[in-house]
Design a protein around this ligand. Sequence first.
Ligand code: FES
Length: 170
Amino acid sequence: MYWTKKHVMVCTAIHCQQKGGMDVAGRLRLDVIRKGLDTEILVNNCGTIDLCDVGPNIVVYPDNIIYHGVTVKDIPDIVAHLRGGPPVERLLIGPGEARERARHDFYEAAVEPNPIGPSAEFETLAAEHGFDAAWVTEQQRRGFIARKPGVDDGPETITVTTKSRARYGV
Ligand code: FES
């Protein structure tokens, strides 16, 4: 980017905010300024990045990495990375990380044999994969699934949307 070597986006949308995202954003920005790194590192707040249950989350470009579950205690390690050190392994989340693998495995099971099915069955399958009702509701809110009322006294259904199918490659 023009003057920045790295662009850091700290999610301060509601779920990350509830878990300290604003503190993380404020402290990270302050640390970057205090160390004189703000001439080449830009720290911005951002809206959701759709990993709401594992926040607070931070995206770092051009590294193309996401840190999750970040607390203010992690900031020194993150700043060390921003100064040219290696990424902070324990905070990385991506397709190979355990929780994303779990989501992948769940959605893979949820689309077979049909990406549209009764809500109760979907919720049971979610529970079998370790995801509770609140998680299912959040997935709906974020557009990973869609609920539809039952037709002709049939059960309410849940559709696995193209968003989740694209995210998890299922
Ligand atoms: S609220 Fe931060 S990822 Fe959704």
